[in-house]
Each structure stands twice: as C-alpha cells, then as structure tokens.
Design a protein around this ligand. Sequence first.
Ligand SMILES: *Cc1c(COP(=O)(O)O)cnc(C)c1O
Length: 377
Amino acid sequence: MPDPYLLTPGPLTTSAPVKQAMLRDWGSRDETFIAMNRRVRARLAELAGAEDTHVCVPVQGSGTFAVEAALGTLVPRTGRLLVLVNGAYGRRMVQIARVIGRDCRFLETAENEPVSPAALDRALDEDPDITHVAVVQCETTTGLLNPVEEVAAICARHGRALLIDAMSGFGALPLDARRTPFEAVMASANKCLEGVPGLGFVIVRQQALEAAAGNAHSLSLDLHAQWRGFEQNGQWRFTPPTHVLAALDRALDEHAEEGGVAGRGARYRRNLRVLLDGMAALGFVPLLPAALQAPIIVTFRMPADPRFAFDCFYEGLRRRGYVIYPGKLTVAESFRMGCIGRLDVAVMQGAVAAVANTLGEMGVRSGAPQRDGDSTP
Ligand SMILES: *Cc1c(COP(=O)(O)O)cnc(C)c1O
C-alpha cells in the first residue's frame, strides 16, 4: 500500500523529487551546502517581495520555534505585544509571550469571524505602550483568512510593528512587503512550500533585526545571533537540518516551475473547489462562508446522523489512503480536510469518493450537520 495522502495542516504530502533530494549527506561547512543556504534564504525573501528591505533567518525546528524566536527577539523586554486572536495559533502566540515574559494583551473574536481591524484601531489609539501587533494570516484552526492588509495599514498608520504568522499560507497566499508593510513574517518549510518538516524561518526587516541585539530570551532561539552567524560565514550556529534544507531547495524549484505564489495558489483553489463541491453533494456543510475560506484547509461541521462516528470515519478514510484531521474548534464539533501539499484535483476527487464509500459503509445517508436551534436531525 502506498503512503496515504495527507489532507492535513502538516506534515504534508511531498513530491518524490523532494524526498529524493535528501539522499545525500552534507557537512555543515560544505561549499555546496553553504551556497544552498544562501540561495534558499534569498528565494524565501523574494517570495515575500522583501529582498530589498528584509532578511530571511531560518531556524531549526517546527514552525512554532520560528514564531517563538521572532516574538522573543523582536519584542523587547520593555515592549508590549497585542495579539489578534481567533483560533489556536493566535492563542499560541499569547502563550509564548507569557512563557517568555513579554507584556502581552490580546483582542479576541469568535473562531468563525475574522479579527477586527476596527477594534485594533481603537486599541492602538487607547494604548500608546503597545509596540508590536501580531496576527495569523490564515488561522489553521478553521481555515479562515484574516484581513492582514487592513491590519498592516492600521499598524503602519499608528507606527507599530506588525508580526505576521503566515505559516499555513506562505507560498500560496499573496503576501508582499511592498503592499502589506510588516516587520516580520514567520513561516515554515512544510506547508505550502511543500518541503519536509524541521525548519521554520522568519523574514524580518533588517533594521529591526539590527536593533534587536540582546533582546532574546533564549540562546538557541535568538534570531539576531542566528542572522549574525549566517552573515559571518554562511553557516548555521548549531547543527543544521541539512537534509531538510536540501529538500526545501528542491521544493522551491518546483514552486517556481509551478508559477510561484500565483501558480501554487491556483492549484490549491482548484483543490478547494473539488473538495467543497464534492462534500456539499454528500450533505456536508463547511463552517465558514466562502468569503472567509482560505484555500488551505476546510472545517466541516460534524454530521448529525447518529450512525456517524468520527473515529470510524477517520479509519475508513485512512484505509482508503487519505488522512484527515480532527477539528480544533471550541464553538462546534467538526473535522478538517486540507487541500495543500502535493495534491491535485484527481487526489481530491479520490478523497471525496472515499468519503462517500466510508459513509456508505457506516450506513450514514447524509453528512448534513444538525441545523442551528434544531434538536432533531
Ligand atoms: C502549522 C502552523 C504553525 C506552526 O505549527 P508547528 O506545529 O510548530 O509547525 C503556526 N501557525 C500556524 C497558523 C500554522 O498553521
């Protein structure tokens, strides 16, 4: 049986050439590896339209390591962070700020609503001590696309620094430093870039990074020191994730071949269309209206049919070669299906067919959820 397709928010399905790019061992001082570091860092900054103003600093670890490195390095110990929260990843930034001892406030909206630019505007008016604002571009908890352009414009107007967790959409959703001013963007190798897990990165305004010496709460998550290391000798400060970087280098070739951010985003939108239409035909209802739905991951409401049991559903799909993801919502019971990674329309059609067959096996006639205010399905 081949590996199942991962319809999840990560780790994700990668191409065979990306996996094959890892079949070598590099020394950390190897010239070809140092050149690869330089190339990958430059390409990532270019993807964000930030090559003239920002630098890309990679960090060993999962995406959260990069978020923690960015918050700890860029928000000074005397600073104050305001986080816009509408899901688990916004909440995680609040948690990081607390653990590392940064003064942190947050503005929360419901998980099925975008963050509020108007509330942000008021908060910045009222509190001149807020130095930094953090927001999640696509909140993977639900798949919701937040209005980062409006948020960035408000931060710029108030002269506050903006940190964007663009983890789940980087490389597929447009985000350009020349149009959406930001101090830093945090992302990772293994979401829309379709590399393998093990490396996060921060694209950070060089002036802000220069001013951030000595801020960090941590030795290994000090972005300033990590950057100085790269500038001095092109090397990582500590053991580099050599194979992960090689895979990302290859994944960036594939990204460019597909037409960059526009091409990758277009494939994911086609995947989303097939998923939404196919699931709707089976009665399933997504949590979000189309206007808020990013082409990354879809949250479906749990079917009302009492014969539906998520564990059987999950197992049935797993046996048919598709891995889905439980919901992470606090507002309603749900599950999630992603449309990112090396997946195309044929895979999504296969996934929808597997859903139909699994429902049949369970004796569930429809995926329709309980209607609001209705106690009988
Ligand atoms: C995946 C993701 C992260 C990082 O999660 P890790 O498990 O640490 O890789 C952060 N923010 C968002 C929005 C994400 O989707």
